[in-house]
Structures are given as structure tokens and as C-alpha cells.
Design a binder for this molecule. Sequence first.
Ligand code: FES
Ligand code: FES
Length: 191
Amino acid sequence: MKGRKKTRGNSARGTRLRNSQAPVFGPGPVSIRLNVNRQIMSTTAEPWLTLLQVLREKLELTGAKQVCDRATCGACTVIVNGKRVYACSILAIDVQDAEITTIESLASDGQLNPLQQAFVDADASQCGYCTSGFVMSATAFLAENPHPTLDELRKGMCGNLCRCGTYAGITEALLTVSQMRTLSRKKAHRG
Ligand code: FES
Ligand code: FES
């Protein structure tokens, strides 16, 4: 094809524009390697698939949910390099060098982590569609702001929506975890 030069085999179907250094991949499947929950995972996927599609459909990590699919509800929230992102709105191929954390990494040995347990204790979910997104968003939010005021908490979590209206329980869960961390820090200081 005039103006293009093939740079990869048929499986990758990558091409490089003559006047640009930017490689162009696709439209067929290409090899993708992702660092998810401290594990390197390899798959093949079309370069236009979102991180959410690759997590759910290729890597069988279905904790992040597809609801609005347009960066509005937060149900698909995962953590990329310590920051909350809407996995429905970034391409998997663009985060191959990043550290990706999903809800599947939080529990260990069959035990929920304290934040997940606080959601259960505060009755902070009904249908549950938003819950994993809220938990991941809260994980990153509390890492950035371990002792938020109520106002900071509401603003900090405003990128996640719950259609069932469980906001009171979600707020209670976050405040509980924040208080638990304050208490354990005080205990540690007392020695
Ligand atoms: S599914 Fe990604 S923000 Fe709603
Ligand atoms: S618990 Fe149903 S959308 Fe939040």
C-alpha cells in the first residue's frame, strides 16, 4: 500500500506511517501484555479494545463492571499507577507499561480487606453493580486523603454513581475505615 510500510507480521498487522514515528497497529488482534495485580498477563486483542473489555473478556477479571461505558458512572473503576481511572475509557494497548490494580486483588486468603468488610457492615450495596467501582475508587481516594472531612469525601467520590442510592452506607463505610486507620496509627505511636 502506497505511503505505508509493514513493520510487523500478519498476526500483529502493525504499520508505520512514512512521515510519522508513531506506529499504527491493527485493525486485527495484536499481542498485549498487561501488569495486572502484580502479575504479567499476556493476551491478544484488537488495539481498539478498552482496558475494561480486555480485563473482562480476555483476562476473565470481571470485577470491574460495564454499565454506562462512557466515563460517567464509575462502575468500571480500576487503579492505574495509583490513580483511579474509568477502564471503559482507556485503551488496553496504551497501559502496557502501567501497574493496574483491580478489585480481584483486594481480598486475601478468602478474607475481605477492611474496606470491603466496611461496605458489607454498612450495608453499602444493593444490586452491587456499582460496588466494585466504589471500592476501587475509595481505595485510591483514601490513599490520597486518609482522613477526609465529610465534604472532601463527597467531592472525592463524586465520580462514582449508585443508582440504588446507597450513598449513606458508602459514606459510613469510608468514614469507618478512615477512623480505623486513625486509631491504629495512634496505637502505633503509643508503641
Ligand atoms: S462503565 Fe465506565 S464509567 Fe460507567
Ligand atoms: S448498589 Fe445498585 S447501583 Fe449501587
